[in-house]
Design a protein around this ligand. Sequence first.
Ligand SMILES: C[S@@+](CC[C@H](N)C(=O)[O-])C[C@H]1O[C@@H](n2cnc3c(N)ncnc32)[C@H](O)[C@@H]1O
Length: 299
Amino acid sequence: MAQTPRVCDYEGSDYQQAFWDEGGRAYEDQAEAIALKRLLPKSGKLMLEVGAGAGRNTPRYAGFERVVVMDYSTTQLAQAQERLGRSDQYIYVAADVYRLPFRDGLFDGATMIRVLHHMADAPNALAQIRRTLQPGATFILEFANKLNLKAILRYGLGRQTWSPFDLAPVEFVELNFDFHPKAIRQWLNELGFTLERTLTVSHFRLGWLKRLVPARWLAAADGLLQPTGALFQLTPSVFVQAVLPGQLKAQIPLDVADWFKCPGCGADELQAEEDFLVCPSCQSRWAVRDGIYDFRESV
Ligand SMILES: C[S@@+](CC[C@H](N)C(=O)[O-])C[C@H]1O[C@@H](n2cnc3c(N)ncnc32)[C@H](O)[C@@H]1O
């Protein structure tokens, strides 16, 4: 199989508990909910959630009939299963975004929230997602913004070596990247997306302010400021709504096995066997374990 970029591995991580449940981030979570509500289509058939983690955002995609909850980490997906349950509505898939196991033009919606910042090759990851989207599909992308006010001030005061004005991503900690909004726009445009809306999010990510002001007030104020993202983006987090030209398909294949392609050789038409999907072309066998389709390594 072709070499793919390094993955930031969350296997066994307590990210959901440490960062969200006990990490004092109720404001950021509520601000994201406001942004998603603004950007999501009112309804849809099949959503791909890339890097879904423990499924924190997944219930927010209730307008879609079905959601593929996809992540590299099976322990994150197990937490998502606990939160969301196992039903026809949610399909759990362990896969690497650089080798997505889905057929071309399958989804009418996709999101990638707080994931691009782990991408060593962001244009490649975005191209993979674009391949799986139908004409007319909506893609909502959150990215960590290197051109944020704090970075600009720190750079101006000589307390930061890297320039926030430079278009190249900055890796400030291993496998943690910030991006320039202009670079993101260029990559999405090159892939054929039209950028419909840009929202700035987390205007008030300041520890002392979060201790003083209730999270829901800060989130409401954030919601008022988010549309200024159409003019300028100085917040640490930015959401964009990118749409592909064309008409959505009327139907999605009914059988889930018909959604996949072999991430090893690229062949469509995987054959369902008990506990496996088998590629008739390269004979790779992909396990289906505990309600999770695992496309990371063939067995
Ligand atoms: C910071 S967490 C965000 C989780 C979730 N989107 C949220 O906002 O709560 C990043 C997630 O991206 C996943 N991830 C990182 N690299 C990945 C890759 N190459 N393919 C698929 N998922 C990846 C991690 O396993 C992790 O669950």
